[in-house]
Design a protein around this ligand. Sequence first.
Ligand SMILES: [Zn+2]
Ligand SMILES: [Zn+2]
Length: 261
Amino acid sequence: MPEIVVSHCHLDFEDYAQDLPEVLARARAAGVATMVCIGSGRDIGSARGAVALAAREPDVLAAVGVHPHDVAGMTEDTWTELDALARGPRVVAVGETGLDYYYDHSPREAQLVAFRRFVALGRAARRPIVCHIRDAHEPAAELLAAEGAREVGGVIHCFTGGVEDARRYLDLGLHLSFSGILTFKNAGPIREAAAFAPADRIMVETDAPYLAPVPHRGKRNEPAYVVETLRLLADLRGLALDEAAARTTENARKLFGAAAR
Ligand SMILES: [Zn+2]
Ligand SMILES: [Zn+2]
């Protein structure tokens, strides 16, 4: 079994406060070689937590940002600290950032302004961006094109669109990362996109503690469960499990690796 890269998880969250060592051990036993901990919660605390965890654990890397849900509360101090954190040696991406028009927890205008600024931050810090896009594929693709996301590089995490949405992001040079949602019964269009995407643009993730794949659906998710998503992705693409693992790992390493100094 080749090494698996989990491109997106939230190990800094309270959900793992009691048993993080066991969670990490199960991931390692399942073949997970690298976990990108997305430090992008309500405030800067999540970014700090992800950076601290990446400093402690050799197979954990960090991304830093503020989730689109919470950008309305960002201050200039937050931006200054994120800029400094993004340049850290174990920080491989900026995010998650993006647009969430499903929940609209922050006003859309504030989300757009922050998303633009995060693309600029990724460019300045020479880190790819991790994008969270929900019910907003059209405005997101427009913004990413206008802001030159192609040169920054990045991934649409937990991709939930269909082939047409996928095509837009792929045309911008971006990657697509698939989560446990791929294993849900109603995931038809996402599965079509997962079969359609070029082999050098696909990645896998858990978004743990959220979105546990079948057969763990409804429980707390964890990085070890990525295998279920990988298995389905392999089936959709007519690959063996180890081929799908090798492919997604190579893609993730290429995207995040240049920044992983
Ligand atoms: Zn997200
Ligand atoms: Zn996330």
